[in-house]
Design a protein around this ligand. Structure first.
Ligand SMILES: Cc1cc2nc3c(=O)[nH]c(=O)nc-3n(C[C@H](O)[C@H](O)[C@H](O)COP(=O)(O)O)c2cc1C
Length: 429
């Protein structure tokens, strides 16, 4: 009997992403509304021979190679989990699939990776150049692994060639096809070819999953309407903020960081990091746990020097709120000014008569301050006060047009940084 495939109709799917699609991210994607999640590609040889260990402390299942975790999963994701294999060999692909079969729902073959590592090994997008080999691997998996099998491809510039390939692939008995709408040599910054999905959807009767350049929640409905695809798969949009799957809108980064850290341990309360991280209420506190306060402080200092926001929570929102507050205050001030001119005048008279001497002293101090400020600005324009690029730029006469913007300074990528401290597997890819 054929294994039951996953339900792809209207599915929102977390794409396979090496280094990113770790267990915490997959669990969060599911929590935020993704229907299915892919593991990062794991190369066949990387997983074959791994020891399967149930981690009694945190409930995870770890696949270990010489003590190193190659793949970590949790039973709660099994019914939605697609395990992606990188392979150029039908036997090894099958062995890899059988190794993890009891903990995942579907096996996917990566036929779209254009990276040198994959291509040189005859894997990824190289398989699209050898359709017989590609289909041989899929057929072996379909016939023998006991799970539904799917595959992920790119497109050829040639439409006919693409349609011929997808029909061959469908004939192997796979249960769904994910299509990344770029050519092998196209980079992510180049726009995807959304117009190519429909003809593929029309050419096959298995569910097609559209992937490429889907950056907003609303894009998912648009692409479904445009192409008739069954599911929609998101990679970089989820890398930037995994709460992209929430229909109510994305959450602030800080919430994501906290959630990631919680999931990172999946109830691994014995870890020495667990309690301090759960208690951390700021990004600095997170850095402190990992002895990275110095890095955090020097970054903050640099931001402050330029008057840029230092809160990672949601700087644009905070800035907008501050502006709004300022505008409101100015309005109130103007209104009060009109209403209370007489009162103010009276107050001034009283102040002059009672605080005459203090006022004179204040004025004197103000004059002295003006001299100090004037001296300092002369030094700054000569580039003498400090050697920061901003001061030098200013000194060089670039003026306002060359003032650095926040985009000029590398902003820490919160999720990526936290990712590097994850205890989950780093699949070979
Ligand atoms: C960091 C990163 C890692 C990726 N790793 C994989 C992978 O392991 N397997 C795969 O098939 N595609 C991988 N991809 C490609 C994505 O799954 C997806 O096809 C591509 O990024 C286009 O989707 P997007 O426009 O939503 O980013 C990766 C992409 C990124 C950004």
């Amino acid at each position: 009997m054929q294994p039951q495939p996953l339900n792809y109709t209207n599915a929102a799917i977390l794409a396979p992403m090496v280094r990113i699609g770790t267990l915490p991210v997959r669990l969060m994607a599911l929590e935020y509304g993704a229907d299915l999640v892919y593991t990062p590609e794991v190369v066949d040889r990387g997983i074959v021979g791994c020891e399967r260990v149930v981690n009694e402390d945190n409930g995870t299942i770890d696949y270990l190679s010489k003590g190193v975790s190659i793949f970590r999963t949790h039973p709660s994701e099994k019914s939605k989990l697609v395990f992606q294999i990188g392979s150029a060999n039908a036997d090894l692909a099958l062995q890899a699939a059988l190794t993890v079969a009891q903990d995942v729902s579907t096996i996917d073959l990566n036929c779209g990776c254009p990276k040198r590592f994959s291509i040189h090994g005859g894997m990824g997008a190289a398989l699209m150049e050898e359709p017989e080999k590609l289909c041989g691997i899929l057929k072996n998996l379909v016939d023998n692994c006991g799970l539904p099998v799917t595959c992920k491809i790119r497109i050829f510039p040639d439409r006919e060639r693409t349609l011929k390939l997808v029909k061959m692939i469908e004939a192997t008995g796979i249960r769904a096809l994910a299509v990344h709408c770029r050519y092998r040599d196209e980079r992510p910054r180049e726009p995807g070819h959304w117009d190519r999905f429909k003809e593929i959807v029309d050419a096959v009767s298995i569910p097609v999953i559209a992937n490429g350049d889907i950056k907003e929640y609303a894009d998912m409905a648009r692409i479904r309407e445009l192409s008739g695809c069954a599911g929609v798969m998101i990679a970089r949009g989820a890398e930037a903020n995994v709460s992209i799957f929430r229909k109510e809108g994305r959450l602030p980064h800080m919430d994501i960081v906290r959630q990631y850290i919680r999931r990172m341990f999946v109830e691994d309360t014995k870890s020495p990091y667990y309690r301090p991280l759960c208690d951390a209420k700021s990004f600095r506190a997170v850095c402190k746990v990992f002895e990275m306060e110095d890095e955090f402080d020097s970054w903050t200092k640099k931001q402050e020097e330029h008057g840029w926001p230092t809160d990672l929570d949601n700087p644009p929102r905070k800035a907008a709120e501050a502006k709004e507050k300022e505008a409101k205050a100015a309005n109130v001030k103007a209104k009060t000014k009109n209403d209370k001119v007489a009162d103010v005048k009276m107050a001034e008279v009283v102040a002059e008569s009672t605080l005459g001497k203090r006022k004179q002293d204040d004025l004197k101090e103000e004059e002295e301050e003006k001299v100090v400020v004037a001296t300092a600005s002369v030094s700054v324009s000569a580039g003498e006060v400090d050697g920061t690029p901003a001061a030098k730029k200013h000194a060089a006469g670039d003026g306002a047009s060359s003032q650095p913007t926040p985009a000029d300074t590398p902003q820490p990528d919160v999720e990526t940084e936290v990712e590097t401290i994850s205890t989950t597997s780093t699949p070979l890819a």
